[in-house]
Design a protein around this ligand. Structure first.
Ligand code: FMN
Length: 339
């Protein structure tokens, strides 16, 4: 596209920075199931269903939530660069892969730059280790509740010991169900890669084939369940994030709410990881719903706390693999010149 015809308000290198932030979003099994197309007016976000997890996530619910997380990062990075991002969710009923279109207009003044959220994008990690044995103040939890509500979702902390313990039991039950299914184990093994692949769950190159073979072959549900039960039991906070409905638009909202909660958490020194098994295993989801006593649908179950150590960032694919169309060439050139 020539400069003369360009109506996209954002210069290409700024757009590259914004898209670099978008792809730092979390995604199930680190599949990064998104594609971006740059149009004359902005950016379109597509689901990349070649990266779906049909056993773990048969309805592409988590895939859509992951794309919602990327959309939230994109919005934050745009605001930080001085642009308002106007999002239309599911704008074309004839194209179910088109999840959102985003148009940009210059923002006036320096307010609303969302610096705290923006800084958190590169520092967020899925923290699967034990947290520091330190309470999370209740005002921080209120901030997280408000964050989810801002994006049209709810965030409910499980505060009684009894409820937390019951959730920990459901997590262990979910582990047992998932690991007993050879198709689920094969799918997990297929996403265990050496780091250089740029996606998936990182396993050192030397041991990757052995690790994949072990996961494919052995039902380790009891061991994993016991470990997850303990992690859940001793986590400073367990909380569910949910939505009123359970359709594609709700999942996109859940993703944006999740990422807002995660980035806000980081501003308070917290990291998080996932205990999604009771939502992923269909027969357990109503039990979790009952336990929460909240109307609507739990979409994500989180544990949160203060991290005991820093973790390296999980790998990401390069922008050229996820950005399409002619303007992407500008972005690729910018990205190459930064290396
Ligand atoms: C919708 C969704 C579901 C996820 N489910 C799990 C999960 O069940 N267990 C887990 O350990 N991590 C889960 N994750 C975290 C991803 O594995 C993680 O985001 C990915 O490996 C990239 O790492 P990072 O978050 O540190 O950047 C989930 C993430 C998303 C967005």
């Amino acid at each position: 596209m020539s400069e003369g015809k360009r109506t996209n308000a954002i210069p290409p290198d700024t757009l590259a920075t914004i898209l670099e932030s978008a792809v730092l979003a979390p995604s199930s099994h680190n599949t990064q199931p998104w594609r971006f197309e740059i149009s004359e007016t902005g950016v379109s976000l597509f689901a990349d269903r070649l990266r779906a997890l049909p056993v773990n996530d048969p309805d592409d619910r988590e895939l859509t939530i992951s794309c919602g997380c990327a959309l939230f990062n994109l919005r934050v990075a745009a605001a930080h660069a001085g642009f308002n991002a106007h999002c239309a969710l599911l704008p074309d009923p004839g194209d179910e892969d088109l999840l959102a279109t985003v148009t940009f207009t210059p923002a006036s003044g320096s307010e609303g730059r969302q610096s705290e959220l923006f800084q958190a994008i590169t520092r967020r990690r899925t923290y699967r280790k034990r947290f520091e044995p330190k309470q999370v103040p209740s005002n921080v939890l209120s901030i997280l509740e408000e964050s989810a509500e801002t994006e049209g979702a709810w965030f409910q902390v499980l505060d009684s010991e009894h409820a937390r313990h019951q959730v920990a039991e459901l997590v262990a039950e979910g582990d047992a169900a998932q690991w007993s299914n050879p198709s689920w184990r094969r799918e997990l093994a297929a996403w265990m890669h050496p780091r250089r692949k740029g996606d998936g769950l990182t396993v050192p190159g030397m041991v990757a084939p052995v690790a994949q073979l072990v996961v494919r072959t052995f039902d380790m549900g009891n061991g994993v369940g016991a470990k997850d039960r303990q992690l859940a039991d001793e986590s400073p906070v367990i909380a569910a994030l949910g939505t009123a409905g359970d359709g594609v638009e709700d999942w996109l909202k859940a993703g944006q709410a999740l990422e807002r909660v995660l980035l806000r958490s980081l501003g308070q020194g917290l990291q998080a990881s996932y205990l999604n098994q009771p939502i992923q295993v269909a027969v357990l989801r109503p039990k979790l719903q009952h336990l929460l006593g909240h109307s609507g649908f739990p979409q994500i179950l989180l544990r949160l706390g203060f991290p005991a150590t820093d973790l390296p960032a999980a790998p990401r694919r390069n922008l050229q693999e996820v950005v399409e169309n002619s303007d992407a060439r500008d972005i690729k050139a910018k990205q190459a010149s930064r290396r």
